[in-house]
Design a binder for this molecule. Structure first.
Ligand SMILES: Nc1ncnc2c1ncn2[C@@H]1O[C@H](COP(=O)(O)OP(=O)(O)OP(=O)(O)O)[C@@H](O)[C@H]1O
Ligand SMILES: [Mg+2]
Length: 299
């Protein structure tokens, strides 16, 4: 494993993203996708539902959205949308398919990519496969305005490192004490690795606006005070039976009931996500930055 990490570090040193992209698209290609990882300390807190419903909302606002389902086991997005994709990232890594062939259509123009066992394959990837994967990933710059990476529960440390190559991270927690403790632990891990990450906190299943705001404040303050880490408030979603009902009928809740509390919360979250995007300088780096940060995986 150590030898492999050493080899990969070597490969990264010699890879030049700009060259890869130039070779594929020519120098004129400037567009970048914004890459955002959606994660949590504890599983089952609402990441997949957030990815899909926020994705749909943003798509309705005119943005091109791709969600990468980075779950290792059962594919979450397939379950929530009631679809089963034919191909996965694993087919790209193993040269069976091109990136553009594995993108599946979802509701309201959102598209998604299944990680399949591809995420796990990353650990044993060779030099040529890695170069091919980076080239394939760079195609997403043309395909999406925002790429969300939906992480599954119980993902191994190595894999998490890969996933955290994104500059922006949406960290989801519920108000449950165990979920909050796990979220705080994750902020700590991220702060020890890279303080420049933009961690955006989202409280899901809050019983009231007040509860959500208190929690957001507490976590932001504790992170700043004890971890010297700036955490941003992305917002909250109330505990809403419409979400459960939508999941049961394998429909996104923003489409099933546009006026539900959860749907309104999603609209505010979309606004916040877009407003701080335009304030941020580095947001244009997109996939390029993501690929460069993959180095983080091997440090
Ligand atoms: N705002 C909400 N109100 C009510 N129930 C919710 C809400 N958000 C999520 N849920 C419930 O929580 C369940 C888990 O949600 P989801 O599958 O999105 O979590 P997850 O974090 O992706 O889980 P995993 O870690 O297993 O991938 C949903 O099936 C739904 O029943
Ligand atoms: Mg999930």
């Amino acid at each position: 494993m150590k030898d492999q990490a050493e080899k990969l570090r070597e490969i990264f040193k010699n890879l030049d993203y700009n060259k890869i992209k130039e070779n594929t698209y020519g120098r004129s290609s400037k567009k970048s996708a914004r890459v955002i990882t959606i994660t949590s300390g504890k599983g089952g807190v609402g990441k997949t539902n957030l990815a899909i419903n926020l994705g749909i909302k943003l798509s309705q606002l005119g943005l091109k959205i791709i969600i990468i389902d980075a779950d290792l086991g059962l594919s979450n997005i397939d379950i929530v949308l009631g679809k089963s994709p034919k191909y996965s990232l694993s087919d790209v890594i193993n040269y069976k398919r091109d990136m553009l062939e594995i993108i599946e259509e979802g509701p309201e123009g959102i598209r998604f990519i299944s990680g399949g066992s591809g995420i796990q394959d990353l650990i044993k990837i060779d030099k040529n496969q890695l170069a091919n994967l980076l080239l394939q990933l760079s195609k997403l710059d043309e395909e999406a305005d925002i790429v969300f990476i939906d992480t599954g529960a119980g993902v191994s440390n190595n894999v998490l490192s890969f996933i955290y190559a994104a500059k922006e991270i949406i960290l989801v927690t519920t108000p449950e004490p165990t979920a909050i403790t796990d979220a705080y632990t994750l902020i700590k891990v991220i702060s020890q690795k890279d303080k420049s990450k933009e961690v955006k906190l989202l409280i899901n299943r809050a019983e009231s606006v007040r509860e959500a705001e208190n929690l957001l404040n507490k976590l932001v303050e504790a992170s700043e005070k004890f971890l010297d880490m700036k955490v941003y408030k992305l917002g909250f979603i109330l505990n809403d039976k419409n979400v459960k009902n939508a999941v049961k009928s394998q429909q996104p809740f923003v489409l099933m009931n546009k006026n539900s509390e959860a749907s309104k919360n999603i609209s505010s979250i979309a606004d916040t996500l877009l407003s701080n995007y335009y304030e941020e300088q580095g947001a244009q780096d997109g996939i390029k930055l993501f690929i460069n940060k993959l180095k983080w995986f091997f440090n």
